[in-house]
Design a protein around this ligand. Structure first.
Ligand code: CA
Length: 229
């Protein structure tokens, strides 16, 4: 079995089209037409990946994303959006989403993104030492994918947790951007290159006092990133 995918999409034709195509690719597909049903299905089926439309009746995709993470859904969340504005992308990442796919998209592109997401997702990670990281005022619980900061809990997406894990393994050292891309997203994903940058922006908004003047997640132009605790 290739994996279970939950599709939260209110347009019946699009939802059915996705179901047919993804089943053809070997996935088990569950459909919810609104956020509330999506939350229920996520709890019941424990999908390996969630495709989440933004414009939904009732709870929108952003609220649904936030609620999924609050409910301890750790699977990669790929947001489906007709909005391509950068600000919306970062908003979803703030709430714990992992990736964006702008409508209209090809099934080929979608399947490539799902594969990349699933490759890095371990549904039942082996028990290990609790991984905890302190950056500035933020305490990052890598195993729980949350940031604790000033009495608040901020959800981290799957990719963001991976990025922080990689950066924190060698604090102060520069991690090559291409290395992050190949380790986290898989090789040869040229169209997804901006994903790293979007996630870095989102992480800064979560961790930095002034995300425009980052002091902890530093860009080293032409090379990559480093973490300064
Ligand atoms: Ca919709």
């Amino acid at each position: 079995m290739a994996g279970k995918i939950l599709v939260i999409e209110d347009e019946p034709d699009l939802a059915m089209g996705l179901k047919d195509n993804l089943e053809f690719e070997g996935y088990d597909v569950f459909i919810a037409h609104n956020g509330e049903d999506g939350l229920e299905l996520a709890a019941r089926e424990e999908p390996h990946c969630v495709l989440l439309d933004i414009m939904l009746p009732g709870m929108d995709g952003f609220e649904t994303c936030h609620a999924l993470r609050k409910n301890n859904v750790r699977s990669p969340i790929l947001m489906l959006t007709a909005l391509s504005a950068e600000v919306d992308k970062v908003k979803g990442l703030d709430l714990g989403a992992d990736d964006y796919i702008t409508k209209p998209f090809s099934i080929k592109e979608l399947v490539a993104r799902i594969r990349a997401a699933l490759r890095r997702y371990e549904p039942t990670p082996a028990p290990r030492k609790r991984r905890k990281l302190t950056i500035g005022k933020a305490t990052i619980l890598l195993d729980k994918s949350i940031i604790e900061m000033e009495g608040r809990e901020i959800p981290l997406g799957h990719y963001e947790t991976q990025i922080l894990t990689m950066l924190s393994q060698n604090p102060g050292e520069i991690i090559d951007r291409q290395h992050l891309l190949s380790e986290i997203w898989g090789l040869d994903n040229e169209p997804m290159n901006r994903s790293v940058d979007n996630h870095i922006v989102s992480l800064r908004r979560k961790i930095e006092d002034d995300p425009k003047k980052p002091r902890h997640i530093i860009t080293v132009h032409g090379f990559g990133y480093k973490i300064v605790k």
